[in-house]
Design a protein around this ligand. Structure first.
Ligand code: 13P
Ligand code: SF4
Length: 357
């Protein structure tokens, strides 16, 4: 699995008070021989995707972030869609939404910096109410999370009395507070079936809902949300790749439309896709997902040739090394969730996490 836990994550009571943002001046960001030497082993990890001419721009940030992370007692959680220099050079923990949620629950650092989008930072805060959770760019949203509100869930409950509501983790804390349980793309079928009912409301991703419906007898009533990245892929483009090379293995994220899933040899969460791709011994793999995944997974699957009909997630790409550094220096932007709302939202996330045991 594409998941690492820093050795520093041992059980220990932490406090977030006493953090002095003003005490941290901007470090020198020159690409000196010392910085080059200190980051050389990290460049080795990304040299297949980061040209030598670009490294002098990244390296001073990488060195400063890694130094500041220790001084601040911070941990960086990075989603699989983060850029290679974040994913490989400053992240302490990488993974899909489910892995990040579980590892956020285990973190003992004083500060969590979320390399990902806002709903992921909210999930980390729900599971770490006493810690400081930072999102380096407040505008790092998600088209799925913004497609539905808490009021929408209350209206759905009125329209379908007694039908439990499952929310994809790609939702706001306000929505999580109104639903019965959360799920991720890695456990959606398991979560739906765990409820022991004939039908469920499944929000907000219409395509993940269709995928789940194809895998279970439980009737799925879905919302009309969609991921702006995955909905752009088409079955037609995948068929053209397959015609050009019939041996190609196509792997797709379940946020893709059904005609895309129908062409895929494997469908799964981003972590599931990485596991499947790295298990291939040679050959060509077509990754139907966000662009950075192929760059990141290519590092651990050198014998596989990746074909990348990728779409960029503009929200994930708002997180950059300079913004992560700024976050650590200034302790901005802190994720806060009103306690009453957090109590109810946390219950939905914890219900999902407890299912895994
Ligand atoms: P995963 O949980 O599979 O990583 O998906 C999160 C996401 O936002 C995909 O678009
Ligand atoms: Fe949201 Fe899609 Fe971006 Fe994932 S890839 S964060 S689902 S917009």
């Amino acid at each position: 699995m594409s998941l690492t836990v820093p050795a520093s994550m041992t059980a220990r009571k932490i406090a977030t008070d006493g953090l002095d943002a003003t005490a941290w001046p901007m470090p020198d960001l020159a690409y000196t021989p010392e910085v080059a030497a200190a980051t050389a082993h990290l460049y080795e990890r990304v040299k297949h995707v980061v040209p030598p001419v670009e490294w002098p721009f990244h390296a001073p940030y990488v060195a400063a972030i890694n130094r500041l992370k220790k001084e601040r007692d911070a941990v960086i959680l990075a989603h699989n869609y983060q850029t290679p220099e974040i994913y490989n050079c400053v992240a302490d923990v990488v993974g899909d939404s489910l892995q990040l949620a579980k590892l956020a629950a285990r973190s003992t650092a004083r500060i969590i910096v979320q390399g990902g989008v806002h709903f992921m930072a909210e999930t980390s805060k729900l599971l770490n109410p006493d810690k400081m959770v930072l999102i380096p760019d407040l505008k790092a949203g998600c088209s799925l999370a913004s497609s539905i509100t808490g009021a929408d869930i209350r209206r759905l409950r009125e329209a379908y009395p007694g039908v439990p509501v499952v929310a994809y983790v790609n939702t706001s804390a306000e929505v999580k507070a109104e639903v019965d349980i959360c799920c991720t793309s890695a456990n959606a079928v398991q979560v739906v079936e765990s409820l022991g009912v004939d039908r469920v409301l499944f929000v907000p991703d219409q395509y993940l809902a269709k995928y789940v419906a194809s895998k279970t007898k439980v009737q799925i009533i879905s919302w009309h949300g969609a991921c702006e990245v995955h909905e752009r892929f088409t079955g037609e483009e995948l068929r053209r790749y397959r015609e050009a090379d019939p041996s190609i293995r196509i792997i797709a994220h379940p946020e893709c439309p059904p005609d895309v899933i129908a062409e895929a040899d494997f469908t799964g969460s981003t972590a599931g896709m990485i596991d499947y791709a790295t298990a291939q011994k040679g050959g060509k793999v077509l990754l139907v997902t966000e662009c950075s995944m192929a760059d990141n997974v290519a590092a651990s699957a050198r014998d596989v040739e990746f074909v990348r009909p990728c779409n960029l997630c503009p929200h994930m790409k708002r997180i950059t090394l300079p913004k992560i550094l700024d976050s650590l220096l200034t302790l901005r932007h802190q994720v806060e969730i009103p306690e009453e709302l957090a109590l109810r939202a946390r219950r939905s996330v914890e219900r999902m996490i407890n299912l895994q045991h």
